[in-house]
Write a protein that binds this ligand. Structure first.
Ligand SMILES: Cc1cc2nc3c(=O)[nH]c(=O)nc-3n(C[C@H](O)[C@H](O)[C@H](O)COP(=O)(O)OP(=O)(O)OC[C@H]3O[C@@H](n4cnc5c(N)ncnc54)[C@H](O)[C@@H]3O)c2cc1C
Length: 474
């Protein structure tokens, strides 16, 4: 029997679940097919020995009103736990932890940066723009703010949080807000100051939060959506364009199941979309094939606070890629979010991997734990042993913004726009963060709703316009 639905979503991670939620706000029912036994994708949480660990994302950082609406109207508001106002954060400089200034005024006074760098920051506004068609993060920051700001402020964020190599990452995709400041104001520092001074230019205040029960609560709550029919344990294995819509074949390992739908949303990693679309749209598939991923491991370690000779009083530290330490960063989660560790204990989430350490995950768990413990001994005065150890490995952790990523994603989006009923809501397009996932899901749900209201069925799903022209631009 073929099941019918106006929208079918492949993958029930946060991208797929958010799409279903925004569609339900338009009164649109959707079917989600998820190959795993549970929905949520990368997002999950585990309580082990009283320590609550997140398998991937640990917090939402938000400054967008649509995301605030999503949280309050989806029933998540009552579970929300705001990040503690822990001010101190650290970066590794010459094998020691140094406190990071939090704003431009503090940066100008901080001895983290040399006098020359501080002068470079002040005079940045007078430097003319020499924008090239493609520029790496490293080249962009060196040009505007100098090598030291790259090494100590930008590289740790790009290589540790986004898992990218700053020398290869596309500045426009990786640092969209900084490159936009240069475009709009001709200067990063001037742009930041103008935005602070002019009320109309200020965005929503930034907020960071998680949920009681961990980030699992986010995906579990969204999975309760009555207009979203989630089928777990069903892997989509084929896609066929119809005159108006799509036939989707899934397998539950024993049986093949058929679905017919007007709109398909791909919310899987790029390589899965690449494989499924290859027989139908080889050129689009070739574009998707260019998306690279970095492997990341999270080593969660729980300690008695007395195990450290230094007080761990901040949010954690990040490691610039030029430092030799094997870990990329350490988040002191229980300082940031309440009830993540038993009383008197500390939960640390430590990261290994990313593009600059692509081979690191070849090591067995024992080596990853030893490397992390050695780093914490050298940098934080760890004397004792962990009471809790948990490791989450992600071989396709995060998509990399490498090469001309901006052009590549533009080309994918143009193909998408030309193929009626085919949509992408996935973290290799328009941002990896949960905030970005929720925003992109809204955009696509709104488009689908508009098309349904207009009854746009004129173009069959397999007709393309100027597809080669799009490809040639990449
Ligand atoms: C270590 C780590 C830490 C992070 N920390 C943060 C953070 O603190 N804050 C933040 O905002 N973001 C963070 N992120 C990013 C964020 O977690 C991810 O970008 C986001 O969860 C990705 O969601 P997604 O739904 O796009 O993809 P996924 O979660 O990968 O979901 C895709 C789903 O598709 C399914 N699927 C694949 N193939 C098929 C098929 N053929 N048929 C059916 N189903 C299929 C998969 O099983 C999966 O469930 C972090 C990421 C990592 C790896």
């Amino acid at each position: 029997m073929t099941r019918q639905s106006s929208v079918l979503i492949i993958g029930a991670g946060i991208s797929g679940l958010s799409s279903a939620w925004w569609l339900s706000q338009h009164g649109i029912h959707s079917i989600l097919l998820e190959q795993a036994k549970r929905s949520g994708g990368l997002i999950d949480s585990t309580d082990q020995d009283g320590y609550l660990t997140d398998h991937a994302a640990s917090m939402i950082l938000n400054f967008d009103s649509a995301v605030s609406r999503f949280i309050s109207e989806s029933g998540l508001q009552k579970h929300r736990v705001n990040r503690n106002p822990v001010a101190k954060r650290y970066v590794l400089k010459n094998s020691e932890l140094a406190e990071v200034p939090v704003n431009i005024r503090e940066m100008l006074c901080s001895d983290l940066f040399s006098f020359k760098t501080r002068i470079q920051m002040i005079t940045e506004a007078f430097r003319c723009c020499r924008r090239s068609e493609w520029e790496s993060v490293a080249a962009f920051i060196r040009r505007r703010l100098g090598q030291e700001i790259l090494d100590l402020a930008i590289d740790p964020y790009v290589s540790a949080v986004l898992a990218c190599d700053p020398e290869k990452a596309c500045a426009r995709s990786t640092l969209p807000r900084l490159t936009a400041l240069e475009n709009e104001f001709g200067s990063i520092t001037a742009g930041v100051l103008i935005k602070k001074l002019l009320p109309g230019k200020r965005g929503l205040p930034q907020e960071a939060f998680s949920f009681s029960g961990g980030m699992k609560t986010l995906v579990d709550t969204l999975a309760e959506n009555p207009l979203a029919e989630i089928h777990t344990g069903q892997q989509v294995i084929a896609l066929e364009p119809l005159k108006s819509g799509w036939r989707v074949t899934a397998s539950d390992n024993t049986t093949e199941l058929q679905y017919q739908t007007r709109h398909v949303i791909f919310s899987t990693p790029a390589n899965i979309a690449c494989k499924l679309l290859k027989p139908i749209h080889p050129k689009l598939s070739a574009l998707l094939n260019q998306i690279e991923y970095a492997p990341i491991a999270q080593i969660h370690l729980g300690f008695d606070r007395g195990a450290f000779s230094k007080p761990l009083d901040g949010s954690g530290f990040l490691v610039p890629s030029r430092e030799k330490t094997p870990i990329r960063g350490s988040l002191w989660i229980s300082n940031l979010i309440a009830n993540r560790a038993p009383e008197g204990k500390l939960l640390t989430s430590n990261f290994i991997g990313g593009a600059c350490q692509a081979d690191a995950l070849k090591n067995p768990d024992r080596v990853l734990v030893d490397q992390t413990l050695r780093a914490l001994q050298n940098l934080c005065g760890l004397k004792g042993s962990p009471e809790m150890i948990r490791i989450n490995r992600h071989h396709q952790g995060l998509p990399l913004y490498h090469g001309n990523y901006h052009r590549l994603t533009q080309a994918i989006n143009r193909y998408e726009g030309r193929c009626d009923g085919l949509h992408f809501v996935a973290n290799y397009l328009q941002g990896i963060s949960i905030r970005d996932r929720i925003i992109q899901a809204k955009t696509v749900a709104d488009q689908i709703s508009t098309r349904m209201t207009e009854g746009t069925t004129s173009r069959p799903a397999y007709v393309w316009t100027n597809a080669d022209e799009v490809l040639n631009r990449v």
